[in-house]
Structure formats: structure tokens, C-alpha cells
Design a protein around this ligand. Structure first.
Ligand code: F6P
Length: 346
């Protein structure tokens, strides 16, 4: 068989580890691999690269993706699906392994449903918000970076009696903010899913400082919408510009949170927006292990002709679930966990 492989959407640590694991297992099965560059764009525009021992050896520990990535995919319409199919035929590709998040899987479903393309999906995103799996490649690495950032902010906050607001990525899902906040000892955790107001956040800080603390940490997920119970801090909705594919470019809510907290508490409040630092650098050991398990199973699914599947973490198991499970709303922090999150604040 000739198996195509691509990495789509925002990059993250662990993509190369998936590629490496798919490659090893596929070669063991006697198959050949063809890389498509820049995600689905490489399939649409016929941009390919051979994958062999020379360019795959040693990439497990490398961040980014040797295949490069973009957000384009056949679900964006036009003649994309037909062009993608023509490329698949031209290169005699028998099946395609797509490593990506929600947008990339939409493209996979379009091609599988409308054109019968044999596909298998591998979930990745630092946001950990893809439905169908409890864990995505990249999340653990981003979490480690965000947690370390909070550890570092804590000591400088202490030296200067400051309140530090740290904004983490995650889009509408608060997984990164929640676990980084808990692990990094944040005193206030503002998730997109929870309707905590800036007045409540400020009250937590004021109380702490009344009890003898001189510094505090606030972590905020980029998708948090500033809420003000008094209405004083309303009107700070951010107009996010849209990227080329219509997704809002989030970021910046922490500035408004900091201004409100400083105004209410009177404590100097500073902002750090972690941004793409969370997506760069080498994957954690856990992400390498997850990527290896996912890649191995994806290669086996293709070898056995089991298409239209997503490899997924379900409970303690790595298993195949229908690709359709990736459809629908983002997997966000559920309400029953809110009390758990609140117990770490203050
Ligand atoms: O989906 C992953 C992610 O890193 C989000 O957390 C973030 O909002 C977005 O991608 C940033 O995307 P870009 O790199 O295209 O600006």
C-alpha cells in the first residue's frame, strides 16, 4: 500500500512523534509512506514529500512538524475536494492518515463521505477540545509549559508584591487554564465555561492579601469573556479579527481582567500572554508516548482496512471510534467540574 499522511491546523509538540510512529509501523507492514505538505493544502495543491528513514529518523523529540501545516481543508468548499481527489489518484495513494483537530477532521469527513476516500484520523490540539477523545496530542506539552510559566511568575510576583495575570490558549475550552491553574497554584482561575466575574476575582485577591499574602496569580483562558457583576467593567468585549478560514484570533482578555482587578484591589497587576510559546518546543514524554500509541493504532487500522475511524483515548484505553464523533461542539470543561476548580482558588 501507499499511505498518505498529513498534519493540519495549528501545530503542537508531538506531531513528529505521530509521524515517526505511523512510519515505523507502516514500514513493518511493508507499506510505503507519502507526506502531504501543509496539511490538506498539500493534497489540494499536490505538494508532496517522500518519507523515508533519512527524514524520519530522530524526529520523535522534535517540536513542530516536518510536514508543515496549514488550516486549509476540503470542507472549505470550491473545487478543493475534486482537486484533492485528483492528487490522491495521481500518486496512487490507497489511504490517508490525517493528524489534526476539528477543522482537519471536517476535511477528512467530507472526503470520506462524499468521495469514499479511505481515511483514519489522529487527534491533536493543545486545546484538548476535540470531541470523540479525552486526550489530544500536544495538550500535555502545552500544559507543562503553562505550568512552568506560572511557577516562574509566582517567584517574580512575590519579589515585587504584584498580582500576575497569565493568559493561556485553549479557545472556548478551559482545559489548559484549569489544569495549569491548579498545577501552577493560581489563586484565581478564569475559564471560558465558568461565569466568574472580575469582581469575584478581585474579592478573592483582596481576601488573600487581607490574610497576609502580598502577591497573587490569576490564570485566564483566552476564550474567557469578561463578566462584571457591577457593570462597571462591562463594555470590554474584544473585537477579534478572523483568520483566513473564519476563526477568531483570540487573545488579550487578560489586559482587561488586569485593569479591572487593579482598579478594584489597588494592587499592581501585570499581564503575561503566553501565546505560541505553548505550541513550540519538544513534546513531553507523555505526549511522545500518546503520539506513539495513536500512530501505531492508526497504522494498524489502515493496514486492516478499517477506515472512517479516529484513534482516541477513551478512559484508560487507546481505541478506534467513528470519525463522526469529532463532529459537533467543542469538548469543553463540564459544569460538574466547576466545584473542583473553585476549591483550588484563594
Ligand atoms: O487551536 C490551537 C490554538 O493554539 C488555539 O489555542 C489558539 O487560539 C489558536 O490555535 C491560535 O491559532 P493561530 O496560530 O492560527 O493564531
Amino acid at each position: 500500500m501507499r499511505i498518505g499522511i498529513l498534519t493540519g491546523g495549528g501545530d503542537c509538540p508531538g506531531l513528529n512523534a505521530v509521524i515517526s510512529s505511523v512510519a515505523r509501523r507502516s514500514w513493518d507492514h511493508g507499506h510505503e509512506l507519502l507526506g502531504f505538505k501543509y496539511g490538506w493544502r498539500g493534497v489540494i495543491d499536490d505538494d508532496v514529500m517522500p518519507l523515508n528513514l533519512d527524514n524520519v529518523r530522530g524526529i520523535m523529540r522534535e517540536g513542530g512538524t516536518i510536514l508543515r501545516s496549514s488550516g486549509d481543508n476540503p470542507a472549505h468548499g470550491g473545487d478543493r475536494p475534486e482537486r484533492a481527489m485528483a492528487t490522491i489518484k495521481k500518486h496512487d495513494v490507497d489511504a490517508l492518515i490525517v493528524i489534526g483537530g476539528e477543522g482537519t477532521m471536517k476535511g477528512a469527513l467530507t472526503m470520506s463521505r462524499d468521495f469514499g476516500l479511505p481515511v483514519v484520523g489522529v487527534p491533536k490540539t493543545i486545546d484538548n477540545d476535540l470531541p470523540g477523545t479525552e486526550l489530544t496530542v500536544g495538550f500535555d506539552s502545552a500544559l507543562a509549559i503553562a505550568t512552568e510559566a506560572l511557577d516562574r511568575l509566582a517567584t517574580t510576583a512575590e519579589s515585587h508584591d504584584r498580582v500576575m495575570v497569565c493568559e493561556v490558549m485553549g479557545r472556548t475550552a478551559g482545559w489548559l487554564a484549569m489544569y495549569a491553574g491548579i498545577a501552577g497554584g493560581a489563586d484565581v482561575i478564569l475559564l471560558p465555561e465558568m461565569d466568574l466575574t472580575v469582581e469575584e476575582a478581585a474579592a478573592i485577591i483582596t481576601k488573600r492579601h487581607g490574610q497576609g499574602r502580598d502577591s497573587s496569580l490569576i490564570v485566564v483562558g483566552e476564550g474567557y469573556t469578561l463578566r462584571s457583576s457591577t457593570g462597571i467593567f462591562d463594555g470590554h468585549e474584544i473585537e477579534h479579527e478572523l483568520d483566513a478560514y473564519g476563526y477568531p484570533r483570540l487573545g488579550g482578555v487578560s489586559n482587561h481582567v488586569a485593569r479591572a482587578v487593579e482598579a478594584i484591589t489597588g494592587f499592581e497587576t501585570r499581564v503575561t500572554i503566553l501565546g505560541h510559546v505553548q505550541r513550540g518546543g519538544p513534546p513531553t514524554a507523555r505526549d511522545r508516548a500518546l503520539a506513539s500509541r495513536f500512530g501505531f493504532l492508526a497504522a494498524d487500522l489502515v493496514h486492516n482496512g478499517e477506515y472512517g475511524k479516529l484513534v482516541a483515548q477513551v478512559g484508560r484505553d487507546v481505541m478506534a471510534v467513528p470519525l463522526e464523533e469529532t463532529e459537533g461542539d467543542a469538548r469543553v470543561v463540564p459544569e460538574e467540574i466547576f466545584e473542583f476548580v473553585r476549591s483550588f482558588m484563594g
